[in-house]
Design a protein around this ligand. Structure first.
Ligand code: SAM
Length: 285
């Protein structure tokens, strides 16, 4: 079966095997903004807080006036940035009004949120002196163009901290299949699951790398299986998944991941490699 073309209008409201309705051309986020998606992001934040905190603590000396968390979701990463860097003001930006509304409920003093498309600059408010982006570039069609736009929007001498997966694997068939399916779906939208492995920072991006490392992480299979099972509940309704993936297979995969999450089935730890970068504005942009 030839894959459907995302962003192609279909005359029918029912996606067929050869055409998919995914709305107008532009950015497409596959992991949703329902309550289930928000629960998953809470678990994701807990799983990655130690490694993110290690990176952000390196920047404790910065004390920026204004920090921006790009693609903030329900605010977990925003609150982490605010707690560790103590900016005067921290602004979380996300395209999802639902996630922004959830984030606002738990906003500490000094933290605010706005609905905003991150590829669109300038950002609301003053040019940020610090920018943070975790698990966002993997969802953008043209991450390099986004980086260049962010340089344009940032204050002189601004610092950008980036975190994206460069690799993820587990020696267990359910995980292997899960990563294959997500990779295929993201590729159909012009996105890269393991963007951290490929990302380059050319001088014309307006950034220069001060720190660029690959952090190996080993995360418990049960924890990751829970995250992935929740995510299947969300992305199985994505137009591409509905047209191209077998619903019975997704049911079986969710059951198997659920069993690993409950500890009813054993699996080895998930090996992740995180690309962590600290960039400074001024690389020739
Ligand atoms: C995987 S979540 C990461 C959330 C948060 N950065 C964290 O690490 O906890 C990605 C977030 O980016 C948002 N997002 C994706 N594409 C976006 C875009 N083009 N503009 C603004 N937000 C976007 C999604 O709505 C989602 O909340």
């Amino acid at each position: 079966m030839s894959p459907p073309s995302p962003n192609q209008e279909s005359p029918s409201s029912q996606p067929s095997a050869t055409s998919v309705v995914v709305g107008p051309p532009g950015e497409h986020y596959t992991f949703g903004d329902t309550a289930v998606a928000a629960d998953r992001l809470a678990l994701l934040a807990a799983a990655f807080e130690p490694s993110s905190a290690r990176l952000l603590r390196l920047l404790g000396y910065l004390r920026p006036r204004c920090a921006v968390d790009l693609g903030c979701g329900p605010g977990w990463s925003t609150r982490l940035v605010h707690a560790l860097l103590a900016p005067v003001a921290t602004l979380g930006l996300d395209r999802s009004p639902e996630h922004v509304a959830r984030a606002e409920i738990t906003a500490p003093p000094g933290v605010a949120y706005r609905v905003h498309e991150v590829t669109s600059v300038p950002f609301p408010g003053e040019p940020p002196e610090f920018l943070y982006s975790r698990f966002l570039l993997t969802h953008l069609r043209d991450p390099e163009a986004a980086l260049a736009a962010w340089a344009e929007a940032a204050a002189d001498g601004a610092v950008l901290a980036l975190e994206e997966s460069a690799d993820m694997s587990c020696d267990h068939a359910a995980f292997t299949r899960y990563y294959q399916l997500v990779e295929e779906m993201q590729a159909a939208y012009g996105q890269r699951l393991r963007i951290g492995a490929k990302l380059s920072i050319p001088a014309r991006s307006g950034w220069k790398a001060e720190l660029d490392l690959l952090a190996p992480l080993s995360l418990p299979a049960a924890r990751m299986a829970r995250l992935h099972a929740l995510n299947i509940e969300t992305w199985r309704h994505d137009p591409y998944a509905r047209a191209c993936f077998d619903g019975n297979e997704l049911d079986a995969l969710a059951v198997r991941l659920g069993a690993i999450a409950r500890g009813a089935e054993a699996a080895p730890p998930v090996k992740l490699v995180m690309r962590q970068m600290i960039l400074e504005r001024g690389g020739g942009g």
